[in-house]
Design a protein around this ligand. Sequence first.
Ligand code: F6P
Length: 470
Amino acid sequence: MSRIVIVSNRTPAKGPAAGGLAVALKKVLAERQGFWFGWSGKLTESPSPTAQIQDVDGLSVAQIDLTRDDHQAYYSGFANSILWPSFHLRLDLTTIESHWYEGYRRVNAQFAAALAKLLRPDDIIWVHDYHLIPLATELRQLGVRNRIGFYLHIPFPTPDALYAIPHHTDLMRDLSHYDLVGMQAKRDVAAFLEFAEHQAPPTFASSAKHHVDFSRTEILAFPIGSDPDAFASLSVSPAAQKMITRMRRSLGDERLILGVDRLDYSKGLPQRVEAYEKFLAHNASFRRGVHFLQVAPPSRDTIKEYQATSETLDAVCGRVMGKFAEPDWQPLTYVKRAYGQPSLAGLYRLARVGLITPLRDGMNLVAHEYIGSQNPEDPGVLILSRFAGAAEIFPAALQVNPFDTDESAEAIRVALEMGLEERRARYEALMAAARKHNVGDWAEEFLSHLARKPGDSAPQHDHIYLNSVA
Ligand code: F6P
């Protein structure tokens, strides 16, 4: 059996895995040999030409160091100040510094050079996310002929947003050097196909002759999931119960409305708090009977747009407190800190409403985790943004337009008033969908497609959206 090589910017650390994705990929590696390759997290004076290999809880992890300047250009610059905002359709938040692109390519070339030395001819290589779009090109230039797949964890942009990215045609050509490109949702494949069919309009710096040929690349949607049954068990574990007891003590009879997100502008946090503010304003009878908890661990906080989002959120939360708080009742708590999965599972289980309203999101695994953690006898209600990839697989959620804070406010009221029968029916449909899209099957299905030799028939899975230019 071929070895599997997982490549991503960050690699798993020692100790309990932080997320379902890391657990699922670790399982794949344990079953098929292989290793994980990525950045060590260290910034050094000179880049490392060779990876250091270490054992991380039984997993072989190969890592390279990056220089501070390269990391700044590649990660904070091109990946997170250009690609991230553009792919999330926030062109207003992009900052373009042209030299970042060279840093982005340099780091990808450095990844490829160190990785190529470790490869065997039949290894299957699986590259993850927007930091590493050029990796296949760099590996092919070094003579690597292995099957290489790419999975994009974030949404794919509409053509207009793509055209706003410097060097977008080169990036699309980079994607054409993969054998398989996996996306989260049908909408992402559709956006990709729109580009593939029409290609970029010529500009003064490029012309239509730079047409990208995607005929050798398969583009499919493989919606990622979590492990909902693991969350079901975790939510009744002693650690989760400890969190539930602690929260019950502070909430009394108040019902909990919960949001859990990295502190990122794509998550729509100020809009969410504003929706809650409107809910309190329009529904005075609910005041003192509810509490909104937003968990928002800081993320990428050296980037100014993230600092600005954090400040906006401080201001909006302060405004809601000022308007509605009383000496013996606070309408909300806002926690800028990360919690472990057992504590989160406890919070999810306790929350009568899961308020998950990103402005745009690849999938949103919090939605999957919230569903998995519910008490089947007395489940909570998921309010979900229709712009999360998860909306395609969870039609039984209360779906909202997160930009329309009146609509989200009304959804909070509907969720709190929903009877047990409807909550159970929705939960059952959601849990069935979460199980169908579990992360273990997701990894196996992506790899079974990738391992296919040209000419083999495609493995059939009814929840992989087949829509391809190949
Ligand atoms: O959503 C994309 C993603 O890369 C996730 O895979 C990851 O958990 C998250 O962003 C965190 O990003 P960073 O590595 O920048 O902290």
